[in-house]
Design a protein around this ligand. Structure first.
Ligand code: HEM
Length: 171
């Protein structure tokens, strides 16, 4: 993964701080726009939620088909997230594709946290946590790959052998 955009963003945060070790502020979090793109792209490709169940509470007409009332509906977000009609080169990790869009939580073509009335209650919290982890990973640590990292596409995109890394603290 190219790290330049993200590295730069986090270094800028440190540079503008009066005290380097002070906690992350809300303004700093909101300034992590490229980090938000990295998170969105990771959620798009590696969605931990391959399917969701819904039930038709009335007959639903769609594109000439009828889903009868009472039928179960299986919603499969990777079918949209990895669809080349919705995303150019869908299997490529490209955080820049989100440029200018801010941070995404849910839209017609993006639903890693579900949608509608059952939208994940922890979505914003999860993104905040991921941003904080990435901030410290970039500013305080370095890592090297040990093994793994092979990628296969099943329903979504997964690492069958994991991705083992060695993390070291910056001197
Ligand atoms: C990257 C991290 C996460 C992902 C991808 C995720 C994804 C999801 C999805 C897809 C649903 C909807 C399931 C459905 O519609 O059937 C859901 C529901 C939910 N999630 Fe998350 N989640 C994440 C993190 C969290 C965290 C950190 C919390 C709590 C602190 C949380 C709390 C909930 C709750 C309470 C619901 C049920 C909402 C409801 O049914 O009204 N999630 N999540």
């Amino acid at each position: 993964m190219e790290r330049d955009g993200e590295q730069e963003e986090h270094e800028k945060i440190l540079k503008n701080r009066e005290t380097v070790d002070s906690p992350i502020t809300w303004e700093e979090y909101k300034s992590m726009t490229f980090t938000a793109h990295v998170i969105d792209e990771t959620l798009r490709l590696g969605n931990i939620n391959p399917m969701m169940f819904r039930k038709a509470t009335r007959d639903i007409e769609r594109n000439g088909y009828t889903i009868p009332s009472g039928w179960a509906i299986l919603v499969c977000p990777p079918a949209i997230h990895l669809n080349s009609e919705k995303y150019q080169d869908p299997l490529t990790f490209n955080p820049w594709r989100w440029k200018g869009q801010g941070s995404n939580t849910v839209s017609k073509n993006f639903m890693p946290f579900g949608g509608g009335m059952r939208l994940c209650a922890g979505a914003e919290y999860a993104k905040l946590q991921m941003s904080i982890v990435l901030h410290f990973l970039f500013t305080k640590y370095r890592w090297t790959k040990i093994r793994g990292g092979e990628i296969i596409q099943t329903l979504g995109v997964v690492f069958p052998n994991g991705l083992h890394i060695k993390v070291t603290e910056n001197c």
